[in-house]
Design a protein around this ligand. Structure first.
Ligand SMILES: [Zn+2]
Length: 250
C-alpha cells in the first residue's frame, strides 16, 4: 500500500465554493465516515461507522448550506476521523484512537510507525495543505476560520445540557461575538468552551491556521440531534448566517 492508493481513489479533502466572496472560510473536519475498503471497517460493524464516533452527523450539511448563504468557501474532509483525526496534532494520542468513547477500534491497534505515517501523508498533510492554500489565496488579508462540528447529546452516559458550544483559545475576537449573539435566544443553552475546550487537544485545525497568522477563528459545536434532519440543518445554517452576516468584518 502506498500513499496514492491508500484512500482508494477518494480525495482526502474537497472545497466547495472555492471562489466565494466571503471573508469567512468554513471548515468541516469530521464531515465523512468513509473508511477505505482495505481497512475492513477498522474491524467494526457497519452500524458503528454510522455513529458519532466515526464523524459529526449533520455538520457538513449545515456547513454546506451556510457556505451557500454566505458565499463562503467550505473545506471539508472525506475520510472518517477513526482512520485519522485531522483535528489533532499527529503526535496527539487522539490522532489515531484505539478507543472511542466506549468502543474499541481493532483496526487501529498495534499500528507500526510506517502505517501511522502513511495515514498522515494520505489524510492529514493534504487536508492542511489545501486549507492553508485556500486561506492564503483569499482576496482579504485576514480571513476568518470557522470550523463546524456536531456532538452527541449523551457521552459516556452523561447528558450534555448545551444546544451549541463555541470553542476558542485566548483570542476571543470572534468567539465572544458568536457567544453573545447566540445567547440572545433565551431558549438556547450556549457553551463557552463546552462540551470541549482547546486544553483537550481538539482545537488543532483552527489554532494551526489562525494563531501564527493572527487570523480570527473559532469552532462551533452543534448538538447533533438538532441537525439530524434537513429542517434542523437549514434552521441552524440560517441562524448562523444571520449572526455572521451581521458581524463587522475587520
Ligand atoms: Zn468534530
Amino acid at each position: 500500500m502506498d500513499v496514492q492508493t491508500f484512500l482508494g481513489g477518494i480525495p482526502a479533502v474537497s472545497v466547495r465554493n472555492e471562489t466565494g466572496s466571503s471573508q469567512i472560510i468554513l471548515v468541516c473536519e469530521h464531515a465523512s465516515n468513509y473508511v477505505p475498503d482495505h481497512l475492513s471497517n477498522l474491524g467494526l460493524p457497519d452500524a458503528k461507522l454510522a455513529e458519532h464516533i466515526a464523524w459529526d452527523p449533520g455538520a457538513v450539511e449545515v456547513a454546506g448550506i451556510l457556505s451557500d448563504l454566505l458565499d463562503a468557501p467550505l473545506v471539508h474532509a472525506n475520510v472518517s476521523r477513526l482512520v485519522l483525526d485531522i483535528n489533532r496534532r499527529p503526535d496527539h494520542p487522539g490522532s489515531i484512537v484505539t478507543l472511542s468513547e466506549t468502543t474499541v477500534i481493532p483496526g487501529n491497534e498495534g499500528l507500526s510507525a510506517a502505517e501511522r505515517s502513511i495515514r498522515c501523508e494520505a489524510i492529514y498533510n493534504p487536508f492542511h495543505s489545501r486549507l492553508e492554500q485556500v486561506l492564503a489565496t483569499r482576496q482579504f488579508s485576514n480571513p476568518w476560520v470557522l470550523s463546524i462540528h456536531s456532538y452527541t447529546p449523551v457521552y459516556k452516559g452523561l447528558n450534555r445540557p448545551w444546544h451549541v458550544g463555541i470553542l476558542h483559545d485566548a483570542d476571543v475576537r470572534l468567539s465572544a461575538q458568536l457567544i453573545e449573539a447566540l445567547k440572545r435566544d433565551r431558549n438556547l443553552v450556549v457553551g463557552d468552551n463546552q462540551p470541549y475546550a482547546p486544553s483537550d487537544g481538539v482545537y488543532h485545525t483552527v489554532e494551526r491556521h489562525t494563531k501564527p497568522f493572527e487570523r480570527l477563528g473559532a469552532m462551533i459545536e452543534i448538538r447533533n440531534d438538532l441537525i439530524a434532519d434537513r429542517a434542523g440543518q437549514v434552521d441552524w445554517a440560517h441562524r448562523l448566517h444571520n449572526i455572521l452576516a451581521g458581524m463587522r468584518k475587520t
